[in-house]
Design a protein around this ligand. Structure first.
Ligand code: BJW
Ligand code: ZN
Length: 237
């Protein structure tokens, strides 16, 4: 059996990484997502964007995988599991998942925005968020940026191709912890459904996918995933 998991920020929420769009606690309750996570935002005020990402980088270094990430990794004992994640943390890998495709890059890699060279220099600690911090400069005069995918930027080719294959070849697609509004990632469950592959959504809240999904499990990731594999036969009838 092949299981393909599409994860979003919600799977890491119970590890202490705030989601993007949850109004009360979301990272973007205070900042405009389309400004701080866009190519235009970076060119307008890189010092604001850099400060925000450096803080998130620090935050992600201090968190641990939760029972949701660990359950997905444990499924590898019973099935071929492919994890397509929109998250830029490394919690799936740290939980033990072996096939992980990062659609939106990684916040543990940095590169020059001009010559694209990888940056391996030291980064300052930032235990508390600050408004602005100038990004380091590359030898070429470009600015160092996180190797993540912002609005208006293309997704990495290889990760995208592997994700499409993982969806097309899946027996079941499990969509967990995503608001299903950011494309092209949000198109992957639609692709599965168009191919007749069942889609299970795990999310405490309704999303634009909920009505179309084969089954919706209105629970948290850490609550639902540890028993989901046993529940599959009854969920899918
Ligand atoms: C829990 C939980 C618990 C809480 N358990 N669940 C119209 C149609 C189609 C596309 C477009 C369009 N207009 C514009 C576009 C394109 C645009 C887009 O999609 N915009 C839409 C918003 C309309 N997309 C792009 O620009 C993409 N690129 C692209 O299309 O390129 C084309 C191109 C080709 C050639 C040249 C140039 C361009 C790129 C998208 C990049 C997104 N980047 C970000 C930032 C990444 C870096 C970072 O992490 O900072 O990715 S934005 C942000 O959103 C981040 C996330 O990965 C992504 C998705 O968010 P996610 O994960 O769903 O989080 P939330 O917070 O939204 O939801 C959390 C969910 O969890 C909620 O539902 C909760 O209920 C739930 N939850 N606790 C389970 N315990
Ligand atoms: Zn450079």
């Amino acid at each position: 059996m092949q299981l393909t998991v599409l994860s979003g920020a919600g799977i890491s929420a119970e590890s202490g990484v705030p989601t993007f769009r949850d109004v009360e606690t979301g990272l973007w309750a205070k900042v405009d997502p389309y400004e701080i996570s866009s190519a235009q935002g970076w060119s307008r005020h890189p010092e604001k964007v850099w400060a925000w990402y450096l803080w998130r980088h620090n935050l992600m270094q201090g968190v641990e995988p939760n029972s949701g990430h660990r359950a997905v990794a444990a499924w590898q004992d019973h099935a071929e599991v492919h994890v397509v994640t929109q998250n830029v943390d490394n919690l799936h890998e740290r939980a033990g998942s072996e096939r992980v495709y990062h659609l939106h890059g990684s916040l543990f890699e940095f590169r020059c925005d001009r010559c694209q060279r990888e940056y391996v220099g030291r980064l300052p600690d930032m235990p508390e968020p600050v408004e602005t911090m100038p990004p380091p400069e590359c030898q070429c005069g470009g600015l160092i940026r996180p190797n993540v995918v912002w609005f208006g930027e293309p997704l990495p080719d290889t990760a995208w191709q592997k994700s499409v294959d993982a969806v097309n070849n899946a027996d079941v697609v499990i969509v967990v912890g995503t608001s299903s509004i950011v494309y092209p990632a949000a198109g992957l469950p639609e692709l599965a459904l168009a191919n007749g592959i069942p889609v299970i959504e795990v999310n405490p809240e309704r999303t634009p996918l909920s009505d179309a999904a084969t089954v919706t499990v209105r629970e948290s990731a850490a609550g639902a995933l540890p028993t989901l594999l046993q529940r599959l036969p009854s969920l899918l009838g």
